[in-house]
Design a binder for this molecule. Structure first.
Ligand SMILES: [Mg+2]
Length: 336
């Protein structure tokens, strides 16, 4: 096998910057971080480990012409944190693998912006960056892979497979905001160049719902949970398949993100049902379980119910003005 080609001059400088910037994060359960062959983590007693990896690929998940480096860094980590949140887990450490075109590796401003975006979100969620890898990209696009290690009390992590007929379906926050912001971005790519991380930018700076997932686990509220990364319709389909059930949504109950108001009605409904990357949580709970109106400051909305799976009926349906429609999983295909 050919020896991997590394970024000759830029790489050591890049790793030094990364190490210096990551060094400001609290170590948490990382006993040994960046700088050795492996990181060493102290697993919490009585817990199981959660592991997830997610690609962030230029041209697929972001464009350098549209997304600021801060946004790219933030979104790279947010994808992994959201997966930990959907299991009710506590993130222990993040690992970042980056393949950079030479021009980007030498662009200190881009690199610093990317790392600042990633490490600001890491600091907010007390997640150490404990290692990773860098390499020269074979093409002209930035390729990032984030790996998150988390933990949950043994046997108690939330999964997609626990929903039962009769359960109520809930979601956190509001839906369609990321798709609506992306639509605005595609019209005026430079519009949000200087946007800062906040709830007002659901596409550029999504906020993973770690505290909500942890509250659902701790208070034993949810029977199943998934994060809405691909869109409500597609992720609800995943949950239904894993649980062997079917679902009915009530269109009037779906919480529309304020940014969707700028869209035409059909596009607004499409953003809410199919728009990806909201990174809200979709969960189910038995009808008798009392679910608070908000958890960790995030509103919780009842949006439908789980029903028995019948071969003769569609897996998912949505009721709007007393009419039932079949709901197809049409999750957003990112930039395609
Ligand atoms: Mg997920």
């Amino acid at each position: 096998m050919a020896k991997r080609k590394k970024i000759a001059s830029g790489e050591l400088a890049l790793i030094a910057r990364l190490r210096a910037m990551a060094g400001a994060l609290p170590a948490g359960r990382v006993r040994l971080g960046i700088g050795d062959d492996c990181a060493i983590l102290r697993a919490p007693a009585g817990h199981e480990l959660l592991v997830t990896t997610d690609f962030s690929l230029e041209g697929r998940h972001f464009r350098r012409a549209w997304h600021s480096p801060q946004s790219v860094g933030h979104r790279t980590l947010a994808r992994g944190l959201s997966d930990i949140s959907s299991m009710g887990g506590q993130p222990l450490a993040a690992f970042l693998s980056l393949a950079l075109p030479r021009a980007v590796a030498q662009d200190i401003r881009w690199m610093d912006g990317f790392l600042a975006g990633l490490l600001t979100l890491a600091a907010q969620n007390k997640v150490p960056l404990a290692g990773g890898d860098t390499s020269e990209a074979p093409g002209t696009e930035v390729l990032a892979d984030i790996m998150l290690i988390g933990s949950a009390p043994a046997g108690r992590a939330l999964t997609r497979s626990g929903a039962r007929a009769g359960d109520i379906i809930y979601c956190t926050g509001a839906l369609g905001g990321a798709a609506a912001e992306l639509a605005a971005l595609s019209k005026t790519p430079t519009r949000f160049r200087h946007a800062q991380s906040s709830d007002e930018h659901p596409h550029l700076f999504p906020q993973p719902r770690l505290a909500v997932g942890q509250a659902l686990l701790r208070r034993k509220l949810a029977s199943a949970c998934i994060d809405i990364s691909d869109g409500l319709s597609t992720d609800l389909q995943h949950l239904c398949e894993a649980s062997g059930v079917a679902a009915e949504l009530d269109a009037a109950l779906l919480p529309a993100h304020p940014l969707t108001a700028a869209l035409a009605p059909a596009a607004q409904m499409a953003a809410i049902l199919h728009g990806g990357e909201d990174y809200e949580l979709l969960f189910t709970a038995p009808a008798k379980t009392k679910i608070p109106r908000s958890l960790a400051g995030v509103p919780i909305t009842r949006i439908g119910r789980i029903v028995p799976r019948k071969k003769s009926r569609a897996r998912m349906s949505i009721v709007a003005e007393d009419t039932r429609f079949e709901l197809q999983p049409r999750g957003w295909e990112h930039l395609r």
